[in-house]
Ligand binder design. Structure first.
Ligand code: HEC
Length: 122
């Protein structure tokens, strides 16, 4: 007589589900590529840059200076795409310079999230 244990240890049965899940995950991940996160070392550099370089115009406490405030409160309603474009290309006619030469688009997107989440405050 077959015991429940014998049924569970059948190799066909125990492999089928994880394999289907793995294949489904691969298909989902390739259909919706996630923006590459900067490495943790790079994240430290980006936060340092936000504070000291962006902060030289936007204020070390982000409350504004020559540039407008960059606080979660003031940036909440703004689209990530718009803010990313402003940072990459600057704002012609204002002192806001383009930063495309220094950062990749993924890095700027990460910085926009840091600004909106207030990570830059720490
Ligand atoms: C030389 C001074 C200067 C530096 C450095 C600078 N900015 Fe700006 N930034 C400005 C000015 C001036 C404006 C536009 C004027 C305004 O909106 O008050 C601006 C506008 C912006 C805006 C749009 C704000 C809005 O409300 O529309 C964002 C976002 C921004 N800067 C982010 C950054 C980031 C991120 C950095 C660092 C990578 C940076 N800035 C560095 C001066 C600067």
């Amino acid at each position: 007589m077959k015991t429940p244990m014998a049924r569970c240890s059948s190799p066909k049965r125990s492999n089928a589900l994880p394999r289907a899940v793995a294949i489904a995950l691969l298909i989902i991940m390739s259909a919706f590529p996630v923006a590459a996160e900067p490495s943790s070392d790079r994240q430290v550099e980006l936060l340092y840059f936000l504070k000291h370089d962006c902060g030289s115009c936007h204020g070390l406490t982000r409350k504004g200076g020559l540039g407008s405030p960059l606080l979660p409160e003031t940036m909440a309603g703004r689209s990530d795409d718009d803010l990313t474009a402003i940072i990459l290309d600057g704002m012609p006619g204002t002192p806001m310079p383009p930063w495309r030469a220094l950062f990749t688009e993924d890095e700027v997107r990460w910085m926009v999230r840091a600004i909106k989440q207030g990570t830059w405050r720490k």
